[in-house]
Write a protein that binds this ligand. Structure first.
Ligand SMILES: *Cc1c(COP(=O)(O)O)cnc(C)c1O
Length: 423
């Protein structure tokens, strides 16, 4: 029995059940992953006990002998991995990292540009329900609805017309390579700061399987827990000229004390990411996504843009006769976990959209390869057909989902995920 079992069996049993779920299901949400035991150990360390407002060598509290070392180590490792001039590892997560950029480089009421949520952008890039859309004059660009690709000429036209202070490039549901050089050129032309938000793809960028924005754009923000496979957190990388403004925006502008246990776990993850093993992992993420996309296309799925260059796929379920919600719920019952998602030009609503979003970082962490992608596409095809068939009654449907969930579990038993303690 663990200490947690004894002190709080309620919490302990919920964590144990979630661990069994993470083991027994095929997890396809592209922003999720499995961190290593080492990252978990640092995250759960006594560094959570320490307050350290300020930055290395310049703190508002005493007793920073070890904390300064851990923060500097994380910064040094991030610099050697990404090559940025200045790095701030204190943002609590991806959204606060973006918020800090607004605070550092713009004023409320300024015009800002970002990819619309409906076309794969993030809430923090100017969506109406977020502070970024409420406090700034947000202009949203989109993808070409027939190709699914970003239309850079159109982005340039829009930027020239509305003269934004900031241009965000970065996505949560876009399966193609981002042309950071082109974004930087557009920013230069219209006098805007360009921010690359690589939250989803920072692991791919670190490994060199997606081009890096560092050196092209002014500021790079990222989460640390998606393809980078670190603890939940955020990070900002920028040109030296913005260092002061960014640091002041994070602290004292937006935050108090940094989460030192997270900083330590980030240092561990950055060490893990700077290995040949991680580079092979990142390449395998992309290989798996391409293989899954190909297998789905062959089975008649409406894969947006026809495939992928990165870790994710956007699939329009319309021609399979089901909605995104129906498909994601049916898949969940069958042990395959994804999320429903708008597709470009979606005639349906955000809560009941046409598509689903699939990502390969988690399944690649547990060692899935090409054969498993074919198996996955077969299961998805079977589930879609069962869900769409009006002649099948509810109970038979449930029965079929349960059978697939059993097969999924058998496969998962053969591929234990990192960081889990499954007896
Ligand atoms: C996930 C994500 C974020 C936000 O990260 P949180 O840690 O959830 O706040 C920001 N930008 C993009 C592009 C993302 O995908």
């Amino acid at each position: 029995m663990s200490v947690l079992d004894q002190v709080d069996p309620d919490v302990s049993s919920i964590i144990a059940a979630e661990q069994r779920r993470q083991h027994a299901k095929i997890r396809l949400i592209p922003s999720e992953n499995y961190v290593s035991h080492a990252v978990l150990e640092a995250t759960g360390s006594i560094l959570t006990n320490k307050y350290s407002e300020g930055y290395t060598g310049d703190r508002y509290y005493e007793g920073q002998q070890q904390i300064d070392k851990i923060e500097q180590l994380a910064i040094d490792r991030a610099r050697s991995l990404f090559g940025a001039e200045h790095i701030n590892v204190q943002p609590y997560s991806g959204s606060p990292a973006n918020q800090a950029v607004y605070v550092a480089l713009a004023n409320p009421g300024d015009t800002v540009m970002g990819l619309s949520l409906a076309h794969g952008g993030h809430l923090t890039h100017g969506a109406g329900v977020s502070i970024s859309g409420l406090h700034y004059k947000a202009v949203q660009y989109g993808v070409n609805e027939s190709t699914g690709y970003l239309d850079y000429d159109e982005i340039e036209r829009l930027a020239t017309e509305c003269q934004p202070k900031l241009i965000f490039c970065g996505t949560t549901a876009y399966p193609r390579v981002l042309d950071f050089e082109r974004f930087a050129a557009i920013g230069k032309k219209v006098g805007a700061f360009v921010i690359a938000d690589i939250a989803h793809i920072s692991g791919l960028v670190a490994a060199g399987v997606h081009p890096s924005p560092v050196g092209h754009v002014d500021v790079v923000t990222t989460t640390t827990h998606k393809s980078l496979r670190g603890p939940r957190g955020g990070m900002i990388m920028c040109r030296a000229q913005f260092a002061d403004a960014i640091d002041k925006a994070v602290f004292p502008g937006l935050q108090g004390g940094p989460h030192n246990h997270t900083t330590a776990a980030l240092a561990v993850a950055l060490k893990e990411a700077d290995t040949a093993e991680f580079r092979a992992y990142a390449q395998a993420i992309v290989d798996n996504a391409k293989a899954l996309g190909q297998a789905l296309v062959e089975r008649g799925f409406g894969v947006v843009s026809g495939g992928t260059d990165n870790h994710l796929l956007l699939v329009d379920m319309t021609n399979k006769g089901v909605t995104g919600n129906q498909m994601s719920k049916a898949l969940d019952a069958a042990g395959i976990v994804c999320n429903y998602n708008l597709v470009p030009g979606d005639p349906r609503s955000a809560r009941r959209p046409s598509g689903i979003r699939l990502g390969t970082p988690s399944i690649t962490s547990r060692g899935f390869g090409g054969d498993q992608m074919i198996q996955l596409a077969d299961w998805m095809d079977e589930i879609a057909q069962i869900r769409a068939d009006e002649s099948i009654d509810r109970d038979s449907r449930r029965e079929a989902y349960r059978r697939v969930a059993g097969e999924v579990r058998d496969l998962c038993d053969r591929f234990p995920a990192p960081g889990l303690d499954i007896a």
